[in-house]
Design a protein around this ligand. Structure first.
Ligand SMILES: Cc1cc2nc3c(=O)[nH]c(=O)nc-3n(C[C@H](O)[C@H](O)[C@H](O)COP(=O)(O)O)c2cc1C
Length: 328
C-alpha cells in the first residue's frame, strides 16, 4: 500500500467529498482547517451562511455540518486512513464542530465504504413525484442499520402516523410561506443565475402535490416566478423519521452523520430521497411530531424515500474557498 500523506491533493479530495453533503437551503455552513501537528482536519461552522429564520437554534446547521463530517469520514477511509472523529472536541471553541484525526492507516478496508464513497457524488435531493413502487423491506432494514450505526434511529411510520406527520408538515409549510421572515429568507436562497455557488438553483426545485397530500417545500413561498405547475405525487409516500435519544448540539451533529449515512446507503440502492424539515422549524410542531408509541426520541428530520428522477445537481463552494489559508 502506498504511504499515506496528508498533502494538498489529499486535503482537496477530502474537502471536496465533505462539501458534497446536503445542507439546509444548500447554505454550506462549514469551513475546514488542517492542524498539521496532529494530522487533524478540523470542521468548523460558518455562521455567515446560517439561516436564522428557519433555524434560530442552529440545529439544522449542526445537522448540515454533521452530514459533511460523514462524507469526510467515508472519503478518509476510501483513501486508506482509519479516521478518528471527535465531535465538539474543545468547549473553548464552540464553533469547532468536529476534529477528524488522520494519523493512522486502516488495517483493513471497511466493508461497503467504497460504495458509499461513490454514492457521495451521485446523491442529490429529488423533489419530483416518485413512481409509488415500494422500497423493499431489506433496503429499509439496511437504512435503519445505517442510522443505528451512528447512534440515531430511523422509524417507518404506518399509514395513520404518516398522515399525521404530513398534516403537521402541511401546517408548518403554511406558516413558512406566510411568515414574513421565513418567506423572505427562503426566497433569498433561490438562485436564478450562476452565482453565488450556494443556495438552490431553480432547476433543483420541484412542484407542489396537485392532490395536496404531500406538503413539498415551496422554497419560493408561492412567488409566481418560481412556482411550478402542481403535479400528482405518489399516493402512499414512504416517509422515514430520523430521531436521536437526546437533543444536544452533539446529538444534532450525530443526526447529520446518520442522515447522510442513510442517504448514501439509499443512493447505493438507487433509492431517491427528499427531505421534509418544515415541521422541525416550529417548536410546537416538532414536539408534536414525536410518536408516543415509539421509545422516547427527538425528531430531527423527515425524509421521503422512493424511486424516480435523480434530482438536479446543486452548486458547491470549491474546496479552496472553504479551506482555511495555510492549510494546504
Ligand atoms: C437540515 C436540512 C434540512 C433540509 N430541509 C429540506 C426541506 O425541508 N425540503 C427540501 O426540499 N430539502 C431540504 N433539505 C435539502 C437541501 O435543500 C439540499 O441538501 C441542498 O439544497 C443541496 O442539494 P442536494 O441535497 O441535492 O445536494 C434539507 C437539508 C438539510 C441538511
Amino acid at each position: 500500500m502506498p504511504t499515506l500523506v496528508l498533502d494538498a491533493a489529499a486535503l482537496e479530495k477530502l474537502v471536496s467529498a465533505a462539501v458534497a453533503a446536503p445542507s439546509i437551503h444548500n447554505s454550506q455552513p462549514w469551513r475546514f482547517r488542517l492542524d498539521p501537528a496532529t494530522s487533524t482536519v478540523e470542521v468548523q461552522a460558518d455562521r455567515s451562511r446560517a439561516v436564522p429564520a428557519a433555524d434560530p437554534q442552529g440545529r439544522a446547521l449542526h445537522i448540515s455540518v454533521g452530514a459533511a463530517v460523514l462524507n469526510l469520514r467515508v472519503a478518509a477511509r476510501h483513501l486508506g486512513w482509519a479516521p478518528e472523529v471527535r465531535l465538539l472536541p474543545d468547549p473553548a471553541e464552540p464553533d469547532l464542530f468536529a476534529a477528524v484525526r488522520l494519523d493512522a492507516p486502516a488495517t483493513a478496508p471497511v466493508p461497503g465504504n467504497d460504495r458509499l464513497f461513490e454514492a457521495i457524488w451521485r446523491r442529490h435531493s429529488s423533489r419530483a413525484p416518485f413512481t409509488g413502487e415500494p422500497v423493499p423491506a431489506a433496503v429499509l432494514d439496511e437504512l435503519g442499520g445505517a442510522a443505528r450505526a451512528e447512534d440515531a434511529a430511523l422509524h417507518l411510520p404506518d399509514h395513520t402516523e404518516t398522515a399525521r406527520l404530513l398534516h403537521l408538515t402541511a401546517e408548518a409549510e403554511r406558516r413558512n410561506t406566510t411568515d414574513p421572515a421565513q418567506r423572505d429568507e427562503s426566497r433569498s436562497w433561490i438562485r436564478t443565475g450562476d452565482t453565488p455557488p450556494y443556495g438552490i438553483p431553480v432547476s433543483a426545485l420541484g412542484p407542489q402535490d396537485a392532490a395536496g397530500h404531500l406538503p413539498m417545500r415551496d422554497f419560493s413561498a408561492i412567488r409566481a416566478a418560481e412556482h411550478q405547475t402542481p403535479a400528482l405525487f405518489e399516493r402512499e409516500p414512504r416517509i422515514a423519521v430520523l430521531t436521536t435519544d437526546h437533543d444536544t448540539p452533539q446529538d444534532w451533529l450525530r443526526a447529520g452523520i446518520a442522515l447522510q449515512h442513510v442517504l448514501l446507503v439509499a443512493t447505493v440502492h438507487g433509492v431517491r430521497a427528499s427531505l421534509l424539515h418544515q415541521a422541525m422549524e416550529w417548536p410546537h410542531l416538532r414536539w408534536e411530531a414525536r410518536d408516543p408509541h415509539q421509545r422516547p426520541g427527538y425528531v430531527q428530520i423527515l425524509m421521503r424515500l422512493g424511486y424516480g428522477p435523480e434530482g438536479a445537481p446543486t452548486p458547491r463552494l470549491a474546496a479552496g474557498e472553504v479551506l482555511e489559508a495555510g492549510s494546504a
